[in-house]
Design a protein. Structure first.
Length: 138
C-alpha cells in the first residue's frame, strides 16, 4: 500500500520523492530515505522552515485516512525504521483524527486512538517472527 498517491503541496515541500516508479507516492515521500534526508540535512530544494517530523506525520496521516475510509481496519500497526521515532505516533494519531473530522464515528478512533494506531507488539522482530510463524504453519 506504500505506492498510493497523496496530496503533495510542492510549495510547502518541493522534494520530488525518491520512489523510482512514482516519485512522490507515500513510499517516495515518507519512507526511510526522504526522512533521513530531511532529518540529517535537507534534501535539495526543501525549505528549512519545514519541520521534517511534522511533514512525515502529515504524509502518514493522509495515507492512514485513505486506508481507514477504504478498508475500515480494526487496528493499524505502523512499524519499520521511520516508526522507531516514537514521537511520531502522537503526531500521526492527531493528524488522523483531524483529517477524519468526525466522519468515522468509531470509538476506537475517537476515544482510543492510542490503541488503534500502534507500533508492532514484537517490535523490530515482528517481520522475522511472523515469517517464522508462517513457515511453521506450512
Amino acid at each position: 500500500m506504500g505506492h498510493i498517491r497523496l496530496p503533495h503541496d510542492r510549495q510547502a515541500d518541493p522534494y520530488p520523492g525518491c520512489c523510482p516508479f512514482h516519485g512522490d507516492c507515500l513510499e517516495g515521500l515518507a519512507s526511510g530515505p526522504p526522512s533521513k534526508a530531511a532529518g540529517a540535512s535537507w534534501p535539495p530544494g526543501c525549505r528549512p522552515a519545514i519541520r521534517p517530523w511534522a511533514l512525515e506525520a502529515e504524509y502518514l496521516a493522509l495515507a492512514l485516512v485513505n486506508f481507514i475510509c477504504t478498508l475500515s481496519p480494526q487496528r493499524i500497526v505502523l512499524g519499520g525504521g521511520v516508526m522507531d521515532q516514537q514521537h511520531l505516533f502522537p503526531l500521526v494519531r492527531g493528524k488522523v483524527q483531524q483529517y477524519l473530522a468526525g466522519y468515522v464515528q468509531s470509538p476506537a478512533i475517537l476515544e482510543h486512538v492510542d490503541d488503534y494506531i500502534v507500533p508492532p507488539g514484537l517490535g523490530p522482530r515482528a517481520g522475522v517472527l511472523g515469517a517464522m510463524a508462517l513457515a511453521q504453519q506450512q
